[in-house]
Design a protein around this ligand. Structure first.
Ligand SMILES: O=c1ccn([C@@H]2O[C@H](COP(=O)(O)OP(=O)(O)O[C@H]3O[C@H](CO)[C@@H](O)[C@H](O)[C@H]3O)[C@@H](O)[C@H]2O)c(=O)[nH]1
Ligand SMILES: [Mn+2]
Length: 743
């Protein structure tokens, strides 16, 4: 019989998507034909700016399409066998879990508490887990909530494990009605848990309202006299699993790093690096799972799933990190805000998994600590002669920490069994100037220089030659809170685009790595595709103004209906939309969800990406710095959702944010163009524009339909006057220039 320990723990299987591939290639050939038509046109007619701009935009779309085909061509699926791993429980390595929160108002502590509770209750030996919460808000409310949560965890965790509860975030579990399930004993315990959770919720809400924290007076002294950007580090052990019980509760540690006005704090990346050091001194686990404060564990076997890839006997040290998809719990019917990203996760990330590996998404990811400490797959960085000297330069001046880093890099397996390293060392590594003479943020840890610290950190890991894996267990591993209506998702998108462009204009630009580095060739194309994403507002906006220009200036940029070549753009339109629609249907979504996402894609690119580009240009000119604005999170029980009807939930809300300006302007331009065109048709002149231009313009109006409704609605559902007047002025200028250009 084969040794059960030698059985593989996972399998990687190809996902067949023949129809998608066929459509991918067809669209690519149509795009090439369109380019050929343009060149032929430019050659046979006189040179015109209009057709040259159209050619350049279409060239960009074609190039992007080729890169995208590369990304999605070889999707793979990982099958894991956690039950085989359960036979080797004694081999399971320790895991440190990092949770980041930054603002108790935008990220209500009850959300963080639910995430922490779900983590404390995962299926994994509790004596090999430690949960570290970084609080960049340095809020006594967050600290208080965590201490209360820990009390509740004493009944919650045993309850979950005894009854194999599936969803271990209490706010989700208690929302299901279980009153008629299970035995009497279960019923009784379930009621008790439910009451206790209610109590916890009330305590936290009360504390948030009155800002008094019963029972914590001595602890709270540390939080007095702290300012948002001027305060000392605070590290508090809320719970230590001193006896090392495997069925007890994992360690729970609260960390608020030092912030001083003269030192940059690098937002989330800075917080993660502090957690890496503090945990290095306390538990120094070889694996690190990190989640955002709203991303609770939805599948209690996540860590076992991840370990299947790290501990598989048939491979060794192959994977640097294991990424789980980002999924969300607050999805509305038909995804009106396009914020569920199901297709993106399914097609692009699964596709990347078939090359060198998916990018790091910042949350729901298990890393090897030593990879974050800069190790290469061949183990260099640890064999050098001046190893320890070098380590000081890399990891900073704390002797204790350098020892722990050396330990981690050498993969030694004797882990510290007490949390209490010297408190002076702990505070030292959480100070704001600790990193100044070290390589934190440049070579080791989470990297600085972009608002997308995850993309940057992940791609630097790939560049060293590491692979990564993408696990998509059922039920989904983690669920988080997607940014909902109004300017929030646009701001979110803007930040992402800013981050990508920051990477593009940095020393870590993917174009250089295209030429150097140890990336696989196709992964190089992936990184180029990703970084060019930041620029896409420019060609899209140019292309969106072409039909309007033609309608106003009585010109054309598409073949006429009577020409046979008209079938090229027509088929492109049909096949592209068919392909997108099929992707939504294949992932179990509705046709309406496809349309909502298609529309949001245009809105996001034209509004958010453009402002992201502007933010980076301002940064490059030295006029302003880019800022990580924390996304507002709502628990599903918040008042807003309770008081609104279903229809209102998916309705767009507006405010005076400049994010709405580009979209509204494009919309007004299309409306003006169609009106001018209508007047033209009635005049006795030769009409040059055709059905193609009119259709493009109408299509854009349909994409910006929520904005059109916003022009006539009131209150938060209406576009404010200031925005409307700015946009009208811009649109007027455009129309004027179009008319002038024909004179
Ligand atoms: O100064 C800061 C700012 C943010 N955060 C935390 O960072 C996380 C992500 O912030 P959020 O506003 O939710 O941003 P999202 O855009 O939703 O996050 C996505 O994008 C980020 C940047 O790429 C990734 O880091 C995240 O993991 C990923 O979920 C949250 O836990 C915050 O508490 C900090 O700890 N300190
Ligand atoms: Mn988030």
């Amino acid at each position: 019989m084969t040794n059960p320990n030698a059985l593989p723990l996972y399998e990687k299987v190809r996902v067949e998507r023949r129809v998608q591939r066929l459509l991918d290639v067809t669209i690519f050939f149509l795009l090439i034909s369109l380019l050929a038509y343009r060149l032929f046109f430019l050659h046979s007619h006189a040179f015109t700016y209009l057709h040259t701009i159209a050619f350049l935009c279409e060239f960009w779309f074609t190039f992007n399409w080729a890169l995208l085909i590369n990304v999605t061509w070889n999707p793979v699926h990982y099958i894991t066998y956690p039950q085989r791993l359960l036979k080797r429980v004694e081999e399971l390595p320790p895991v440190d879990i990092f949770v980041t929160t930054a603002d108790p108002v935008l990220e209500p502590p009850l959300i963080t508490v639910n995430t922490v509770l779900s983590l404390l209750a995962v299926d994994y030996p509790a004596n090999r887990l430690a949960v570290y919460v970084s609080d960049d808000g340095c809020s006594p409310l967050t600290f208080y909530s965590l201490t209360e949560a820990h009390k509740f965890a004493k009944i919650w965790v045993p309850f979950c494990k005894k009854y194999q509860v599936e969803v271990r975030a209490p706010f989700r579990y208690s929302s299901d009605d279980l009153s008629c399930d299970g035995t009497e004993e279960f019923q009784c315990e379930w009621r008790r848990v439910k009451d206790e959770y209610e109590k916890l919720r009330r305590n936290i809400e009360e504390a948030a309202k009155n800002f008094v924290f019963p029972e914590l007076t001595s602890e709270l002294a540390d939080f007095s006299n702290t300012e948002s950007n001027n305060r000392p580090p605070i590290i508090k052990v809320i719970w230590e699993n001193k006896e090392g019980l495997s069925d007890g509760l994992p360690h729970l540690v609260y960390v608020s790093r030092e912030k001083r006005p003269r030192h940059p704090h690098h937002y989330k990346a800075g917080a993660m690096n502090v957690l890496a050091r503090v945990s290095g001194l306390m538990t120094n686990a070889p694996y690190i799972l990190n989640v955002d404060c709203d991303m609770f564990v939805n599948n209690p076997s996540v860590l076992l799933q991840g370990m299947c890839l790290f501990l598989d006997p048939t491979i060794d040290k192959e994977y640097a990190f294991v990424q789980f998809p980002q999924r969300f719990y607050n999805g509305l019917k038909d995804d009106p805000y396009g914020n569920q990203w199901i297709v993106m996760m399914e097609f692009t990330f699964r596709g990347m998994a078939g090359i060198q590996g998916p990018g790091y998404m910042g949350t729901g990811c298990i890393h090897r600590r030593k990879v974050l400490y800069g190790q290469s797959p061949d183990g260099t960085n640890i064999s050098g002669k001046h190893f320890d000297d070098e380590l000081h330069k890399t990891f900073g001046n704390s002797k204790d920490f350098v020892n722990s880093a050396a330990h981690a890099l050498r993969s030694l397996t004797d882990y510290p069994n007490s949390l209490y390293n010297s408190i002076t060392s702990l505070k030292e590594v959480a100070t704001s100037d600790y990193e100044i003479t070290s390589s934190w943020g440049t070579k080791v840890g989470w990297l600085y220089g972009s608002l997308l610290e995850d993309v940057l950190t992940g791609s630097e890991i790939h560049k060293k030659g590491w692979k990564s894996a993408y696990l998509t267990p059922t039920p989904p591993a983690f669920l988080g809170c997607a940014p909902s209506g109004g300017p929030i998702p646009l701001n979110h998108q803007k930040r992402a685009m800013t981050g990508l462009l920051e990477i593009f204009f940095s020393k870590k630009c993917p174009i250089f790595s295209f030429l150097f580095g140890k990336l696989q060739f196709r992964q190089r194309m992936v990184s180029v595709w990703m970084s060019l994403w930041g620029f896409r507002s420019i060609p899209e906006i140019c292309y969106a103004t072409l039909p309007a220009f033609c309608l106003i200036a009585n010109s054309y940029f598409l073949p006429k209906v009577q020409e046979p070549v008209v079938c090229i753009p027509l088929l492109l339109f049909v096949f592209y939309n068919l392909q997108q629609l099929l992707q939504y249907l294949e992932t179990g979504q509705s046709a309406r969800a496809w349309w909502n996402n298609e529309r949001m894609a245009r809105i996001n690119t034209i509004c958010a990406s453009l402002l992201g580009t502007v933010a980076v240009v301002l940064k490059l000119l030295g006029l302003s710095e880019t800022v990580f604005e924390v996304t507002k999170k709502e628990s599903s029980s918040s008042d807003d959702t309770e008081n609104s009807s279903d229809e209102d939930l998916g309705r767009f809300t507006f405010d005076e944010s400049p994010l709405f300006v580009p979209g509204t302007t494009i919309l007004i331009i299309q409306l003006a163009a169609l009106s001018v065109a209508f007047l033209r048709i009635r005049q006795p002149i030769v009409v040059e524009f055709g059905v193609g231009e009119v259709m493009c313009s109408v299509w854009l109006i349909l994409c910006f339909w929520p904005f059109l409704k916003g022009m006539f609605a009131k209150g938060k559902y209406g576009l404010p006057w200031s925005t409307l007047s700015k946009c009208s002025a811009l649109a007027f200028l455009f129309v004027y220039l179009c008319i002038m250009s024909t004179k």
